[in-house]
Design a protein around this ligand. Structure first.
Ligand SMILES: [Zn+2]
Length: 228
């Protein structure tokens, strides 16, 4: 870990917790398949993994992500200026291009357009990303399934880093909250990866379920999916 990165996290920690004891830090860059950043507290030390896509980021952006991660860890409000600075950087041309290239190298999949007749999956993703994830999730491939399947409403395919949603939801009669819930659920799979053996699995950890409950129209959406 570089001294600069170490000092940056110590400095940011001090801003958030002026009087608390300074913990140890282990911060490293990690080649996630998308722009992902994780933070954990283990035996009094803080372990941070930053997407290697941020390796060339300016210090102000690293300060922003340090603030966001530490604020989340200690359940403090995330300051707007940091959220905005980080989101802008991730959305900037360079990063999305680099992430796109990495996706191409790490996996290819035949993709359909994200834009359906009624809903655009990329637009839904970005909207949810801003509302629930501080724009922290990098967008995977967003695609409608080839068939009008009711068996598989949606799934996240980690091998190809793709969220696939059944075309049955691309209709005017489908309420926004229902398709938003489906995409949100798959975004949680993106955020809480599962170790895979063989084909894809749908595993909902405790953290996953707790976070799913943050979706305001969860009950309405589940009820709708049951009767559709
Ligand atoms: Zn699931």
């Amino acid at each position: 870990m570089s001294d600069v990165l170490h000092e940056l996290f110590q400095h940011t920690y001090r801003e958030l917790r002026p009087r608390a004891e300074m913990p140890g830090f282990r911060v490293s860059f990690y080649p996630f398949a998308n722009i992902n950043n994780t933070i954990r507290l283990r035996e009094g030390a803080i372990l941070v993994r930053l997407s290697d896509l941020l390796e060339a980021a300016p210090e102000s952006v690293l300060h922003a992500i340090a603030h966001i991660l530490l604020a989340k860890l200690y359940r403090k409000p995330i300051e707007d200026q940091h959220a905005v600075r980080y989101r802008k950087y991730v959305a900037s041309h360079d990063i999305s291009k680099k992430a796109h290239l990495i996706r191409q190298i790490r996996g290819r999949k035949k993709i359909g357009a994200s834009k359906g007749h009624v809903y655009d999956l990329e637009v839904l993703f970005e909207n949810l990303n801003t509302r629930f994830f501080y724009g922290l999730l990098a967008r995977p491939l967003m695609t409608w399934s080839a068939h009008h399947s009711k068996q598989s409403l949606g799934h996240y395919d980690p091998a190809h880093n793709a969220i696939v949603v059944s075309r049955v939801f691309d209709r005017h009669t489908v309420p926004l909250y229902a398709i938003e819930y489906l995409v949100y659920h798959e975004m949680l799979h993106l955020k809480h990866p599962v170790k895979l053996r063989g084909s894809r699995r749908c595993v909902h950890s405790r953290e996953f379920q707790a976070e799913e409950k943050l979706f305001p129209e969860l009950q309405k959406a589940l009820a709708y999916l049951k009767i559709m």
